[in-house]
Design a protein around this ligand. Sequence first.
Ligand code: ADP
Length: 551
Amino acid sequence: MTKRIFRSICLVALTVFLASVVLIMGVLYEYFSDVEQEQLKMQTILAAQGVSHEGIAYFHDLTVKDYRISWIDSEGNVIFDSASDTSEMKNHLEREEVREALSSGYGESRRYSATLMERSFYSALKLNDGSILRLSISQNSIFTLLLGMMQPICMIFVIALVLSIALAVQVSKKIVKPLNEIDLDNPLSNEGYDELSPLLRRIDSQQKQLRGQKAELLQKENELNTITGSMNEGMILLNRKGKIISINPAARKLLDADTDCIGTDMLSLCRNLELQEILSKALRGERGENMIRLHGESYQIDADPIISENIVRGAALFFFNVTEKEKAEQLRREFTANVSHELKTPLHSISGYAELLKNDMVKENDKIPFAGKIYDEAGRMIRLVEDIISLSHLDEGANDMQRENIDLYTLAEKAIQSLEPQANTACVALELSGVPAVINGIPQLLYSVIYNLCDNAIKYNRENGKVIVNIRDENGMAVLSVEDTGIGIAHEHQERIFERFYRVDKSHSKAVGGTGLGLSIVKHAAKIHNAKVDINSYVGKGTTVVVAFPE
Ligand code: ADP
């Protein structure tokens, strides 16, 4: 800035100086030339009078000093010349001033010398006898004048230059100082010159606007952080070079990263090939998704390009944990396969027995046992289908079932009553003890919990064994325990018996009419009531299942 001001002032000063010199010299030179020409004319008129009276005698002893006087006859021959020998002089008819004088009586002209260093003024007057008297005088040309004045001009130029420099330094300092001293944080408090006011006002309003925008951005960033911070899904925003702009806590945890990872390359954080593939796809503007395994869990990654004004500005990566979903899918597949298998066996039996009966291949005495077998298998299928329906109902959350306050003891009484025939057949004694315990729950589900546990306790008991059902209140919980003196369950099976269709001894279960779904229904129904199920069992001694319901 200072340099610019300085240069401008020097340039202006120089231009003004040169223009003044040229103008003054030019105007003055022309003015004095005109004066000189006028004087020469007067001299010519005076000399013409002398020549008219005295003829050639006028020139005798004539001292002309700076002037040159020539007398030319009407033919253009020089009769007298004060500067040259007339015999060597050419005809002067073609000279401009002579031609003019011959035609109009008076003529004048100005001519430069060959070197342009001198200029001659000519003035010619026609005498009465037709001859021409010409006077001329030489004058230094403007260039000679300029050369002659070079020294003072140079001096003035140097002085002007020095003054310009001093002025430029002063002015530029004066202009720049308030600019340098502007307090940009408080633009309106500055006391610069008036011309700065619009600029300062503009800076102030822009600063206010910027502060507003910054606050808005900060608020939006906080909002985004709050939202993404509470997300279970991992989210990463990347710029178009694949560098991390934002990463939420879930994604940081997943990739073992800390907050310092902002600005680093995504691929330095996770070198997974599938991730690299969909990321580069997203940065090319195409959406991509893939499955990867991280920390032993399955994640679905969605990579979406962030596009604005048709340009890919970056990408957003989302990590969804689909382990549970995959497990559920696997369970569903297994369940379908198991159901088909479980249904196929009784159906085959029924179909086989029915075929024999249809073809009359059964002896009269065997017909009733055959029909009994068909009846048993059909009963098994019905139980299986009922259990499947109950389970799928529980899978859907059993939302259509009404909750009410119900006494577990009364329910247990009912269940024992309906199981009495089975217990008698199996020679197992059923016992109920304890106190009433009212909980808020779904009666049908609570009944099926007690029924299934007692049913198992009878089925997997020994002859003359016992089943003791107890209802009690323990630490604010309504506790149901079903204890038997049966075959017991080996430790390694205890975890798995709650899985669907899992049986310790398949043939035994089938023999006693089991479906392999009873404990799954118990587990599910307990979960809906926020109850905790514990199992305590010793092979050959017996099993105790305890279900604790919050009251
Ligand atoms: P099931 O219809 O076969 O009885 P459950 O889901 O009710 O199916 O039980 C799963 C398996 O757990 C049974 O097949 C059996 O092997 C074992 N089991 C359940 N309850 C008892 C028990 N009280 N004593 C011994 N084994 C049991």
